[in-house]
Ligand binder design. Structure first.
Ligand SMILES: *[C@@H]1O[C@H](CO)[C@@H](O)[C@H](O)[C@H]1NC(C)=O
Ligand SMILES: *[C@@H]1O[C@H](CO)[C@@H](O)[C@H](O)[C@H]1NC(C)=O
Ligand SMILES: *[C@@H]1O[C@H](CO)[C@@H](O)[C@H](O)[C@H]1NC(C)=O
Ligand SMILES: *[C@@H]1O[C@H](CO)[C@@H](O)[C@H](O)[C@H]1NC(C)=O
Length: 762
């Protein structure tokens, strides 16, 4: 009995060391096996045996993925797998080769002097009373016992020159809120763990080097300074070295992934590394910022991100913070970077020491907030690689994301029970609009302001922490998909070119652009129990001879316009957009009932043309109170809600959920003047269960005296909109008279298949 226990323990350990063993790409080829069932090591072993290779353990925290390695020069695994596919089909989803490739640091952008862009100061400043006293700054430092020699240069913490342009954190520190018990992992090029400014806050257990496959993520290359600087911004110790971190009692872990090529499987493992201890993952990297690419994490990386959201931080969800990117000068847009464009991540852009938009910081509809970094001659002062070294040259959005991650550490130190979505709500509700002269600001029906360059505004540590103290955690997430497909006979529609006659002077007449609409009704929302709207995603299939010509706009029923794609002069790709999903946070808490219109503006290079194929609108948000999903035909076996974001997530019994979403389909009766046929698919994609109920109850009680009021209100009659009701036939809304589809009902899966077939033709 006892020995059996020790044996299994030993096997566990063995598995663990296998999973992190250094790979030898010169002698072996590596693959991942994606099994249908979780923890199905037996099937993986069977395949390994068949292929003449060996299983090297599970991939990170993903219990449906295994490493397979084969000696170089043995049989072609993919060919062999193809032949044997049928016999493996019931147990394996796929086998993917793992070839190391490079991720890009958001290196500090070069200084550009004399930019034509005219900067104006934002008039709003918030004086900190004690600073105004004679010797005020010294008094603040004394009160907080700050003796770090570099603190005087950390204007992002207290800005004496441009009053108010800092993260406003002193009022948080003065309450003793300094990030205790929160670990922030820095996925980067290493972390100088022995630096006297970091040593005390270094969290070894959450750290790992995925480039050299060793435990210590030491900076080993001459340019491995990025991660150490980011770590210093978050948790540089309050001592007498350099400056201090915004959450100077938080812990930092280093996860080294940027100092060499890395496989997707290792990246996936890195994104979940020690995810019960590491709460926040600060990521200042992504696809190249050249303004030419559209790249998104897929497959195993996307599964890892979802796994983190779902299971990380004891089920409240890992917090992934991503820098918006430094491609501003190349017209790059963070909606074309799948990490920043994801609804599972918090996208952070930069502003400079005067509150202006720096030229490098990318704009997009997925950007939630901004915080301080380089620009207007200022930089971020922080810890650096080398014994007692400090850096006075940290910058770019690379420096903004860790500052935000540090502020989130302050939030979680007060409210560890908050979920990944709560953090996003807090950003939306607490951010302060800035640089109000910028013409992209628009006033939203929620009363808030949004700007594609600034998101909801600048992160204010004091405001977000105060709001967090009394924040009521949001209910589970649900979503509604509304899908258009074009009649097969008339499958593609021309996108008119609107290039003005004189390209230097004329204006593009956007009203003549290609438009297409989808309608959302209250009954559709009711079916999935969608209450308060959060993210909106739009998935498009568009062909174009020069992708960078396109501007894509989404107009909500209230006339709020999200710019999903902006023209990008260097994007000459002829690939168009294939199943590309854009995400926008601009419609947060808008009432979604009514017509949603997609506008595709092609205003450049008349010689390059394009065609529109189809689109899908997905509304994500909080489920209404007491919602019970209705059992449908696809869901007769059980009417349990599908727990978790993963459609193929397993439940506690280890039984795999049906691959198809819990969905109902309605055949659309379109207006005669439109040739298209549309299918509307509703899908209850996910419901989140809050695990830490105990801590929620405790915290709620603790802050009960403050008014806990969320700004959401139920829709009233006046709020409902007039629209073309796609389901105008009343009977379609009636439960008893649902259109009777059998298992072959067109569902999202099949529609996607059709799309892929179409693309294959061209
Ligand atoms: C900044 O923090 C102070 C407390 O230290 C607070 O009074 C002030 O309102 C905060 N600023 C903003 C813009 O909320
Ligand atoms: C998750 O729970 C474990 C066990 O209770 C605890 O040690 C750990 O700190 C928790 N993780 C986080 C991020 O709160
Ligand atoms: C530390 O700073 C000094 C002086 O700037 C520099 O010469 C040295 O290379 C730095 N050390 C490291 C390890 O980067
Ligand atoms: C631009 O257009 C306006 C109005 O059409 C015209 O008056 C003006 O002369 C044009 N400028 C140039 C530089 O072509």
């Amino acid at each position: 009995m006892k020995s059996a226990f020790f044996l299994s323990f030993a096997i566990l350990l063995l598995n663990y060391t296998w999973a992190i063993e250094k790979r030898d790409y010169s002698k072996r080829s590596y693959y991942t096996i994606h099994t249908l069932k979780p923890n199905d090591r037996a099937s993986a072993d069977l395949i390994a045996q068949e292929m003449g290779g060996q299983i090297e353990g599970q991939v990170g925290e993903l219990n449906q993925y295994y490493w397979l390695s084969i000696p170089k020069g043995s049989k072609d695994v993919l060919q062999h797998y193809k032949k044997l596919k049928r016999s493996f089909d019931p147990m394996v989803i796929n086998i993917q080769p793992q070839i190391p490739r490079r991720l890009h640091k958001r290196a500090p952008p070069p200084v550009i002097e004399n930019k034509n862009e005219e900067y104006r100061l934002n008039g709003e400043t918030i004086p900190l009373p004690s600073l105004d006293e004679p010797n005020g700054f010294q008094l603040v430092k004394d009160a907080l016992s700050i003796k770090d020699p570099g603190f005087d240069r950390q204007w992002h913490l207290i800005n004496r020159d441009e009053r108010g342009h800092d993260v406003n954190v002193t009022g948080v520190w003065s309450q003793g809120i300094t990030g205790k018990n929160v670990v922030v992992a820095i996925l980067d090029d290493g972390l100088e763990m022995n630096h006297p400014d970091l040593q005390e806050n270094y969290f070894a257990k959450g750290s790992y080097d995925f480039n050299d496959h060793t435990d210590e993520p030491k900076p080993r290359l001459s340019d491995d300074t990025h991660g150490t600087r980011c770590a210093g911004e978050i948790a540089a110790v309050k001592n007498q070295v350099c400056g201090i971190g915004v959450a100077y009692d938080a812990k930092v872990a280093g996860i080294r992934i940027l100092s060499g090529d890395i496989t997707e499987a290792d990246e996936a493992a890195a994104l979940n590394y020690a995810y019960q201890e590491n709460s926040i993952y600060s990521c200042s990297w992504g696809p190249a910022d050249s303004g030419e690419v559209a790249e998104a994490p897929q497959g195993i990386i996307l599964d890892a991100i979802k796994n983190g959201i779902n299971k990380g931080r004891n089920g409240t969800g890992s917090i992934f913070v991503f820098a918006s990117g430094n491609g501003g000068a190349h017209d790059d847009n963070c909606n074309f970077d799948g990490y920043t464009n994801s609804l599972y991540t918090i996208t952070v852009g930069a502003i400079d020491k005067q509150g202006n938009h720096p030229y490098y910081s990318e704009k997009c509809a997925a950007q939630l907030v901004v915080t301080y970094s380089s620009g207007s001659g200022g930089y971020i002062y922080t810890t650096d690689v080398g014994d007692n070294n400090c850096s006075d040259r940290h910058g770019g959005t690379s420096a903004a994301a860790p500052l935000a991650a540090g502020v989130f550490a302050l939030v979680l130190s007060v409210r560890p029970d908050l979920t990944w979505r709560d953090l996003q709500h807090l950003c939306v509700q607490s951010a302060v609009p800035i640089s109000l002269h910028d013409d992209d600001w628009s006033k939203l029906p929620s009363g808030r302001m949004f700007n594609h360059k600034f998101g909801y505004g600048v992160l204010d540590a004091y405001r977000i922490v105060e709001l967090a103290k009394k924040f009521e955690t949001v209910r589970a997430q649900t979503s509604l998909e509304v899908l258009s497909i074009i009649d097969l006979d008339n499958e593609k529609q021309d996108i008119p070119d609107l290039t003005p006659a004189t390209s230097f002077n004329g204006t593009i007449e956007k009203e003549n652009a290609f438009t297409t609409s989808l309608s959302v009704t209250q009954s559709m929302l009711d079916d999935v129990g969608l209450g308060r709207l959060e993210h909106v995603t739009v998935t498009v299939n568009i062909e174009h001879e020069r992708r960078g010509d396109l501007e894509i706009l989404l107009e909500s029923p209230h006339g709020i316009i999200s710019q999903l794609a902006s023209p990008r002069q260097f994007d000459k790709s002829t690939e168009g957009l294939k199943d590309w999903t854009f995400m926008t946070v601009k419609h947060w808490e808008e009432e979604p009932v009514g017509k949603w219109t997609l506008r595709i503006v092609d205003g450049k290079h008349p010689e390059n043309t394009g065609k529109f194929i189809d689109w899908k609108l997905t509304l994500w948000g909080e489920v209404v109170e007491g919602f019970e999903p209705k059992p449908t035909q696809n869901d007769q076996k059980s009417n349990r809600p599908n727990i978790g974001v993963d459609d193929f997530e397993s439940d506690q019994d280890g039984v795999v959920e049906d691959d198809q979403p819990n969905s109902q389909s309605f055949l659309d009766q379109q207006e005669e003047n439109k040739p298209n046929k549309a299918y509307i698919v509703y899908a209850i994609v996910s419901l989140f269960m809050i695990v830490s109920i105990a801590s929620t109850a405790f915290i709620t009680k603790k802050y009960m005296s403050s008014t806990a009021q969320s700004s959401y209100s139920r829709p009233t009659e006046e709020d409902t909109f007039e629209f073309d009701n796609l389901l105008s036939d009343e009977s379609n809304n009636d439960d008893d008279e649902e259109l009777d589809f059998n298992d072959d009902t067109i569902n999202e899966f099949q529609v996607n298949e059709i799309n892929h077939d179409r693309q294959a033709v061209h």
